[in-house]
Design a protein around this ligand. Structure first.
Ligand code: GDP
Length: 401
């Protein structure tokens, strides 16, 4: 078996939907291994746009889709996406499977999420109930798919008000498969599995910018844990890096957050607004210190560099190569949790912009020299080869190197 992992190396929204869709052409099984409906994946298939929060992108290509053990299932969202797929492609129950050990997000989890975020956390979570469902899982009072089915959607000790309960039991029963056995059999073959990451490394609950993180484990190791696959099955560990990092929340660390006037230019060119609420996202300059940290923990084999086309208007592009910290310049940082941002001042190298459109370019040598330099600078600074570059949202707007 070959295993490709594709996960965000920054704070999210790196373009995982499109990247996973692109990589699914080389895969037999496309899998989610963690997180839940708090993930968003936007991509195009044969000219049509898709927006999924649960189902891995490759399913629209006819690939096998799997929701692994580490996933949290939001039944309403999953049902919506399954209905859409069934309308377009007919019955997919022979190629879509859900682990009995994945956990179900209950209505009370959503209510608790909203309450906690409003009154205690105040970190602007997406309020999908993912955090409380993960917490219940850790407390050992969570409800997994098998328990949900066995109790007819009315698990003991959970007094849930859920009108659609029967429909959800029916849906989960239809797709529940022995995914562990399936993967064990797959290991004996030369088939390729693709893990589509959700959220991104710097939001990892353990290694990210705690407390401004997600509740799940988004590192390479965390994804392997959620998938139940051993580390030595990994053949490609692809870090997805966006040409400018963003943050969805209003308060978490983004050391290279740029001036509002620059953010506005990039935001409008890259349409950096939250999908559901339309809230403007926070934008920063490419941060080599954060990427070196991501590389140190995850050992990516390569980068998929996305959205460089969005920077085409800029005359100059500052890139953070270090931080001034207590009078010294540091190029690595291992103190991300509870970081006091006032103590870290980004040090920038200003690169020349290319100031001409590059959208849709598929040949690296057709990129303006300044854009090629931008890619080379990233490779040199972090020590990871950029093997793929996104030059637009469409599936064929990719440079393969
Ligand atoms: P995720 O949160 O990482 O899964 O990000 P999404 O899949 O939601 O992608 C964010 C947006 O970026 C979507 O609208 C994609 O169509 C778009 N996108 C992805 N790659 C590129 C790219 O290389 N260039 C441009 N301009 N847009 C891209």
């Amino acid at each position: 078996m070959e295993l490709i992992i594709a996960s965000g190396a920054q704070w999210g929204d790196e373009g995982k939907g499109k990247v996973s869709y692109y990589l699914s052409q080389f895969s037999d099984v496309c899998m989610r291994a963690g997180g839940g409906s708090n993930a968003e994946a936007t991509f195009y298939h044969e000219g049509k746009g898709y927006h999924f929060q649960m189902i891995p992108s490759g399913v629209v290509r006819g690939k096998v889709g799997m929701m692994g053990d580490g996933v949290l299932i939001s039944c309403d969202r999953l049902m919506l996406e399954l209905r859409q797929l069934e309308e377009e492609f007919g019955d997919i129950s022979d190629r879509f499977m859900i682990s009995g050990n994945a956990h179900v997000v209950l209505p009370s989890h959503r209510a608790k999420d909203a309450f906690l975020d409003q009154n205690v956390l105040k970190i602007n979570t997406i309020r999908q109930g993912i955090g409380p469902a993960m917490a219940d899982r850790a407390y050992r009072v969570g409800v997994n798919v098998d328990t949900f089915i066995r109790t007819g959607g009315a698990p003991e000790g959970h007094d849930e008000h859920w009108e659609e309960r029967e429909q959800y039991v029916e849906m989960l029963s239809k797709y529940r498969k022995n995914t562990k056995r399936y993967l064990a059999e797959l290991k004996k073959t030369d088939k390729t599995v693709l893990i589509q990451g959700s959220q991104a490394f710097m939001l990892d609950n353990v290694h990210g910018t705690y407390p401004y993180v997600t509740s799940s484990y988004t590192s390479t190791a965390g994804l392997l844990q959620g998938a139940g696959l051993p580390y030595n099955t990994v053949t490609r560990n692809i870090g997805i890096v966006k040409a400018y990092p963003i943050r969805f929340d209003r308060t978490g660390h983004l050391p290279t957050e740029c001036a509002e006037s620059d953010q506005e230019v990039i935001r409008n060119a890259g349409n950096e607004f939250a999908h559901t609420s339309g809230t403007p996202l926070r934008i920063g300059w490419l941060d080599m210190v954060a990427l070196r940290y991501a590389q140190d923990i995850n050992h990516y084999t390569e980068f998929f560099f996305t959205k460089i086309d969005v920077l085409s208007e800029l005359k100059e592009i500052p890139v953070c190569i270090g931080y001034r910290y207590h009078g010294k310049t540091i190029d690595t940082c291992y103190e991300w949790s509870n970081m006091d941002l006032s103590e870290y001042e980004p040090v920038y190298k200003v690169l020349k912009g290319w100031q001409r459109p590059i959208r849709g370019i598929q040949d690296f040598m057709e990129l303006p020299v300044e854009a090629r330099d931008y890619v080379a600078f990233l490779e040199d600074q972090v020590g990871v080869r950029v093997s793929l570059i996104g030059t637009g949202p469409k599936d064929d707007e990719v440079i393969v190197r």
